[in-house]
Design a protein around this ligand. Structure first.
Ligand code: AMP
Length: 220
């Protein structure tokens, strides 16, 4: 099964993608996570992308498409994957189309998750992530059992540097300008499902799984 998750930063794509990945035993591929790994390992790519990310700008298409292509060629992607945060531009979408064609595979469903900007800002500023396993929490909506410590790893949770109010505004502007046109691009192509992400995360998960059940072909 192959799924693309679309949506502005902070709508909950990552949380939903990780639940889908776990449930269907497929890899959760987040280009943001791939870049953060490169930054942590201080690689040449990490050094190139960190300034773009910290300023809330998109990493150039060339670098992004390249890292995604390498990840998609992994053996673990053979039975499917869920893409979270890619594509983010029309050029990335066109490149993905070409990659999939070469691999002789296609996307089963595109999920577009939406949420109003004020709630996005509240969700992002309260977001905390585990630096060890990547689990995502929210200080009010989905707090860890113990203060600021990951339930699974017992490691101190962190806020992402690009989750400040100022950078979120920039990321939202970038989303409206460069990524939102993807809704039109994909809504005219095969299975496209729109999901509202207001309310508790669990309710959104329910809507996501209901949508997957009704939209996925019988064979997946
Ligand atoms: P995310 O973790 O998806 O919120 O992404 C964090 C940051 O990584 C974004 O603000 C961009 O700077 C960069 N990034 C992630 N995915 C992409 C992409 N598909 N294209 C360009 N930049 C990306």
């Amino acid at each position: 099964m192959r799924i693309i998750m679309l949506g502005a930063p902070g709508v909950g794509k990552g949380s939903q993608a990780s639940r889908i990945a776990e449930s269907f035993a497929i890899p959760h591929i987040s280009t943001g996570d791939l870049f953060r790994e490169q930054i942590s390992a201080n690689t040449a790519i990490g050094q190139k992308v960190s300034a773009f990310m910290s300023q809330g700008m998109l990493v150039p298409d060339e670098i992004t498409i390249d890292i995604l292509a390498k990840r998609l060629s992994g053996r673990d992607c053979q039975n499917g994957f869920v893409l979270d945060g890619f594509p983010r531009t029309l050029q990335q979408a066109a490149s993905l189309d070409r990659m999939l064609e070469e691999m002789n595979i296609s996307i089963d469903v595109v999920l577009n998750i939406s949420l109003d900007d004020a709630t996005i800002v509240r969700r992002i500023t309260g977001r905390r992530t585990c630096p060890s396993c990547g689990a995502i929490y929210h200080i009010d909506d989905c707090p860890p059992k113990e203060n600021d410590v990951c339930d699974r790893c017992n490691v101190a949770l962190m806020s992402r540097a690009d989750d400040s109010v100022e950078i979120i505004q920039k990321r939202l502007q970038v989303y409206y300008k460069l990524s939102r046109p993807l809704i039109e691009y994909y809504s005219g192509k095969g299975r496209f499902v729109h999901i509202e992400s207001a309310g508790p995360i669990e309710d959104t998960t329910e809507r996501v799984f209901e949508a997957l059940e009704t939209s996925l072909p019988q064979s997946v």
